[in-house]
Design a protein around this ligand. Structure first.
Ligand code: CMC
Length: 428
């Protein structure tokens, strides 16, 4: 293969280097484009063809349905690793040794406290507030209580900011849910594992001892691993771009949480469940909703279907589908919603509209069914996604800072008015 790509503009030829990734992906390096062409730029709404960075964290092949973190397949990680091991590997590049993992967990636990004044901020939100808005605000507010975490110029400062956030976010997640449900805000138990402690913080009743259910621990661990990173998606790019201005880690992650909230991104898991509920309420007529999804005059989309990058099965959806069956079976839950989901999936997989457009179930199609089986309220589903995505966001933010990437600042093609004279108010 040639080493350069040639671009001809007005008879002038310009050569640009081709760069190859470790998985043989090829990119045209256009860093010099504007300077050699006298200001010509590219236009690519939605960045469908734009590589914003080089990254060594996550590899995704949407055509083949491959997802790997740091070279390890998602299937193997979901089966053999736990969430903290995956978080460590994503952030620092290698799977931890036993000693490294123990130290990482101890350091996280040592930061797992929240300033009591932050509780007041949480309590001042209406109980009906959407948990994603609350979580984003509280994460941003963490900066006010931890101003020293903004300057991460030394490796120690960066490490401290990272373990602080990994320690504090599960508490904010649990408290956001408990506040919504009217339960008292409590700390868990630092002698427990990361996931066990999270479950205890979320579900502990004030008048009962919390008994761990290994099925729930395992299911949540797997779900969080499957959500832990997904290269340069909307929220991750947001985290990188906010972080590129050297705003602190907490502010960058808060922005990522807001980006994740939307129904075209992480908010899809809530939207899927609401859609399945609506279909059930409407008599379970999946064909009617398939027709709506295909009707271009109808804004309805089949939530949980389609993906910007996967044009084959989402490998995470395959794992989650099996997990949903297992978890609901183990918990003895017979959920009619699961049958509607399976029916819808079968119809879509055999429908030329979906087949031609390569629209397959994505990670969110089945995750909400498991969360619901675990007793998590529907509007908390995206918050669970955010907690799962935290290590990925941190890893991407850290990589961006360590590579000393320039501030993110895209160009545009201006299509507005050219210069015109100002008109006085009386003459308009
Ligand atoms: N239902 C019906 N039609 C769809 C759907 C859908 N879910 N998704 C895409 N299409 C159609 C779309 O109308 C378009 O048709 P046409 O070519 O005739 O105009 C074609 O498929 C391509 O769609 P697109 O919107 O150009 O594709 P995109 O890459 O910009 O969007 C997406 C990807 C995920 C936003 C979109 O598939 C969608 O809205 N899906 C539903 C929401 C959802 O499940 N989001 C979660 C994504 S996975 C979790 C995450 O990583 O955030």
């Amino acid at each position: 293969m040639a080493n350069t790509a040639t671009l001809e503009i007005d008879g002038q030829r310009h050569e640009f280097p081709l760069v190859k990734g470790t998985e043989n992906e090829v990119a045209i390096d256009i860093k010099s484009l504007r300077s050699v062409t006298n200001g010509v730029t590219t236009i690519d709404p939605g960045y469908k063809n734009t590589g914003a960075c080089e990254s060594a964290i996550t590899f995704l092949d949407g055509e083949k349905g491959i997802l790997r973190y740091r070279g390890y397949s998602i299937e193997e990680l979901a089966e053999k690793a736990d969430f903290l091991e995956v978080a460590y590997a994503l952030i620092f590049g290698e799977l931890p040794t036993k000693e490294e993992l123990d130290k990482f967990h101890t350091d996280i636990k040592s930061k797992s406290v929240i300033d009591e004044d932050l509780k007041k901020i949480l309590e001042s939100f209406p109980r009906s507030a959407h948990p994603m808005g609350v979580l984003s605000s509280l994460t941003s507010a963490l900066t006010a209580f931890n101003p020293s975490s903004v300057d991460v110029s030394s490796p120690e400062a960066m490490y401290n900011a990272i373990v602080k956030l990994l320690g504090k976010l599960p508490i904010l997640v649990a408290w956001t849910m408990r506040r919504h449900m009217g339960l008292p805000l409590e700390y868990g138990d630092s002698s427990l594992g990361y996931i066990e402690n999270l479950l205890k913080m979320m579900f502990q009743k004030p008048n009962e001892e919390y008994v761990q259910n290994p099925i729930l621990v395992n299911a949540l661990d797997k779900l969080l691993i499957l959500h832990a990173d997904h290269e340069q998606n909307c929220s991750t790019s947001t985290v990188r771009i906010v972080g590129s201005s050297h705003a602190g880690l907490f502010a960058s992650i808060s922005a990522g949480i807001s980006a994740l909230w939307g129904p075209l991104h992480g908010g899809a898991n809530q939207a899927v469940l609401e859609m399945l509920e609506a279909i059930k309420e409407d008599g379970g007529d999946t064909k009617k909703y398939m027709a709506k999804a295909k009707d271009k005059a109808d804004p309805f989309r089949l939530m949980g279907f389609g993906h910007r990058v996967y044009k084959n099965f989402d490998p995470r959806a395959k794992i989650i589908k099996v997990a949903a069956d297992e978890v609901l079976g183990d918990l003895g839950i017979d959920d009619p919603i699961l049958d509607i989901a399976k029916g819808l999936e079968q119809e879509a997989l055999n429908d030329s509209y979906f087949v031609d457009r390569k629209l397959y179930p994505n990670v969110d199609f089945y995750s909400g069914i498991i969360y619901r089986g675990m007793g998590i309220p529907t509007n908390m589903f995206t918050v669970m996604f955010a907690l799962g995505r935290l290590p990925g966001w941190i890893a991407q933010w850290r990589e961006m800072r360590l590579r000393k990437e320039p501030i993110g600042r895209p160009r545009q093609l201006y299509v507005g008015e050219t210069q015109r004279p100002f008109k006085d108010l009386v003459n308009r």
